[in-house]
Design a binder for this molecule. Structure first.
Ligand SMILES: *Cc1c(COP(=O)(O)O)cnc(C)c1O
Length: 333
């Protein structure tokens, strides 16, 4: 059911998040599915923000199609709050910083509205890490992470974790964890415990590098838009400034003027940064959805899911920022 090394990570991350207890899982998706399956049953209603990690969207679609859970999406704080139905809604599902366009959820306002309606707030805080934001202090009931990303941070772990504000809720979900068998692997937990020693340092450098790269991309003629919440032009900048402490995250998206072809060439020409679908590690990784994960979609279909043909997602690593920028600049050229 568990292991002492796994327990070390659960306790450490629960402390970092200001929660009472944690449950480490085999992957981030293990954490997403564990909490959703534990808190929802057929006929229940869940409200989720539309800008959501793709895997969470797939999990919610499965709950709707196979188990008759009523899933409702909304775009902004006002419509999320309006969608809550006291008595029927069980969960409000949010992301602190959304992937990849950096929408930042107004957690204090949303969690307070959910609490008033008797709804549990679950926050995927993978992009923020407890270094930048601690959702429980803003009223969240459950915080989850893909440990695979920043918490482990070295491209060598697959894991997830849930942290709870309330011991009774922890116990309820814990029973499902045992039942589903999504427990974390002890060796992955050992690597994660090692990584937590440098979490604050890594996140500080990820954020500092990302801020420099984002600002230089804004000024580059090959780039038409930069979706980084640290920029004053970003629609979520005000909320981000209020909620995030010490930086605006290390992962964001930008759009290339040259569209799909430019995206393909850019991602192939990078030499220091790697073309890879994951994020949050020490090495900079980029993704070009239009030629990889979303290559079967035409321009119209891409636009419908909020991705441009020339959109690049970059997870800025902890390299020397001038090495990194030299690489980005030669690939842009
Ligand atoms: C990657 C990711 C997940 C899923 O995590 P895995 O460890 O890859 O299963 C969930 N949420 C967010 C925001 C992610 O980036």
């Amino acid at each position: 059911m568990t292991n002492p090394t796994v327990r070390v990570v659960e306790t450490a991350v629960a402390d970092l998040e200001g929660g009472v207890a944690g449950i480490a899982t085999a992957s981030g998706m293990g954490a997403v599915n564990l909490v959703l399956q534990a808190l929802l049953r057929s006929g229940d209603h869940i409200v989720a923000q539309r800008r959501l990690y793709g895997g969470a969207g797939t999990a919610l679609r499965g709950l709707r199609e196979r188990f008759g859970v009523d899933v409702e999406y909304a775009d902004d704080a006002d419509s999320l709050i309006e969608a809550l139905r006291p008595g029927r809604t069980k969960v409000l599902y949010l992301e602190t910083i959304s992937n990849p366009t950096g929408y930042v959820a107004d957690l204090p306002r949303l969690a307070a509205a959910a609490r008033a309606a008797g709804v549990l707030t679950v926050v995927d805080s993978t992009f923020a890490t407890p270094v930048l934001c601690r959702p429980i202090a803003h009223g969240a009931d459950v915080v989850l992470h893909s440990v695979t990303k920043y918490l482990a941070g070295h491209h060598d772990v697959v894991g997830g974790i849930l942290v709870f504000a309330d011991p009774a809720l922890h116990e309820k979900v814990w029973h499902h964890n045992v039942e589903f068998g999504v427990a974390a692997d002890p060796f992955a937990a050992w690597l994660t415990a090692r990584s937590l020693h440098t979490l604050a340092l890594r996140v500080e450098r990820h954020c500092a590098n990302a801020a420099v790269v984002a600002e230089r991309l804004v000024a580059h003629p090959a780039v038409t838009a930069v979706h980084y919440p640290g920029l004053t032009t970003h629609p979520a900048h005000e909320v981000a400034r209020r909620l995030l402490t010490g930086g605006f995250g290390g992962t964001f998206a930008f759009d290339l003027a040259g569209g799909r072809d430019a995206g393909t060439v850019f991602s192939k020409r990078l030499r220091l940064a790697r073309l890879a679908p994951s994020l949050g590690g020490t090495v900079t990784t980029v993704m070009h959805p239009a030629s990889t994960s979303h290559r079967n979609l035409d321009e119209g279909q891409l636009a419908a899911v909020g991705i441009g043909a020339g959109t690049i997602r970059v997870s800025v690593g902890i390299e020397h920022v001038e090495d990194l920028w030299a690489d980005v600049e030669q690939a842009l050229a």
